[in-house]
Design a protein. Structure first.
Ligand code: NAD
Ligand code: TYD
Length: 350
């Protein structure tokens, strides 16, 4: 019986992950710590098995709260999804990215270290109770941008370009340091762009689906030839859980499925599926510091743990578009919040 602390579980990937692990394991309990920012939505978890799940509203950077939760629940696993996650927002207002992504991660790491410590070895390093693990959900964006050729491997130097990716790189490095200096049982995963149900519609795919559906312009940044390496969210969830249970502490894993696409190709595909004209596409001013290409080399996770993606893009993008169309009530409730102001500020005069 394992007790998971999943942070950011009301967001896109976190909510999919909670659904995934509750289905996969019978004998687990899940505590979801989320402070419900604009991106957190409890509707993302509707219908889940409440008998093995608890929601705790709170901030990962609130150290006394995090300490209390460790006392109350005696966690075995921490999976840290909680983050400010949108590059465009990090360009407008970087500060909260440092607070949540860096200081929040450090508060979790430090609390886990203290709560899990069982003693000290002869060299003075802490020792830990059996079976505990911290998993830091990082991103391929910590590597910066690629040219036309090549892939990110786990050895690629970190060279983040946006305030978002810089804050994630800092979190990734502090997690590494807790493993090296304190031997905290830990892994780091760096995944490529995810797509699937419950993604907040500030991100490319749900934003374009919603705009196409409502005959609004589709704002493509710059020439639209930037490349992202798309992975269906369930495949990311499976990879994270595999790393958590099976990987050797201290290992870093890239996660991706060799599915590179230009943004403009994705936008055209969405228009085609919704039977809408290409004239809805509007090329707008490019994002500042826009990374040109991301592409993951997933050889290590395949070799060590046997993980491979199971959902091919053609199938996954169809499922995803259909999900957004079928869940108009979810989309409308998300759009009714602060979203409209955000959209107007971000896209007017662009
Ligand atoms: P998201 O923005 O949809 O969700 C983030 C969640 O974290 C929200 O529920 C939000 O309320 C919560 N949160 C934010 N600040 C918090 C705080 N201080 N305390 C507690 N909860 C807080 O993000 P996502 O797309 O689901 O991404 C989840 C994680 O995966 C992030 O760490 C992100 O960097 C990483 N990641 C995302 C992708 C992607 O394509 N979306 C790819 C690789 C890695
Ligand atoms: P996004 O979903 O924000 O993910 P990330 O920046 O983390 O990769 O954006 C994916 C790509 O789509 C990125 O190259 C920026 C581009 N994009 C647009 O062209 N128009 C948009 O309105 C948005 C939100 C993104």
């Amino acid at each position: 019986m394992k007790t998971y602390l999943v942070t950011g579980g009301a967001g896109f990937i976190g909510s999919n992950y909670i659904r995934y692990i509750l289905k996969k394991h019978d004998d687990i309990k899940v505590v979801n710590l989320d402070n419900l920012t604009y991106a957190g939505n409890l509707e993302n978890l509707s219908g889940i098995d409440e008998s093995r799940y608890v929601f705790e509203k709170g901030d990962i950077a609130d150290l006394p709260l995090v300490q209390d939760l460790f006392q109350t629940y005696d966690f075995d696993f921490v999976v840290n999804f909680a983050a400010e996650s949108h590059v465009d927002r990090s360009i407008e207002d970087p500060e909260v990215f440092l607070r949540t992504n860096v200081m929040g991660t450090q508060a979790l790491l430090d609390t886990a270290k203290n709560a899990w410590q069982s003693g000290k070895d002869q060299d003075g390093y802490p020792t830990y109770r059996d079976g505990v693990k911290f998993l830091q959900v990082s991103t391929d964006e910590v590597y910066g941008a690629l040219g036309r050729e090549g892939y990110f491997t786990e050895e690629t130097p970190l060279a983040p370009n946006s305030p978002y990716s810089a804050s994630k790189a800092a979190a990734d490095m502090i997690a590494r340091a807790y493993n090296k200096t304190f031997k905290l049982p830990l892994n780091i995963t760096r995944c490529s762009n995810n797509y699937g149900p419950y993604q907040f519609p500030e991100k490319l795919i749900p934003l374009m689906v919603n705009n196409a559906k409502t005959d609004k312009e589709l704002p493509v940044y710059g020439d639209g030839k930037q490349v992202r390496d798309w992975l269906y969210v369930d495949d990311h969830c499976a990879a994270i859980d595999l790393v958590l249970w099976k990987a050797k502490s201290g290992e870093v894993y890239n996660i991706g499925g060799h599915n590179e696409m230009e943004n403009i190709q994705i936008v055209s595909l969405i228009l085609e599926r919704l039977d809408k004209p290409e004239t809805l596409i509007k090329h707008v001013r490019d994002r500042q510091g826009h990374d040109r290409r991301y592409a993951i080399d997933p050889a290590k996770i395949k070799r060590d743990l046997g993980w491979e993606p199971t959902v091919m893009f053609k199938e996954g993008i169809g499922l995803t578009i259909d999900w957004y169309l079928a869940n108009a009530a979810w989309m409308n409730s998300v759009l009714s919040g602060e979203y409209q102001n955000y959209y107007d500020n971000m896209y007017k005069d662009r």
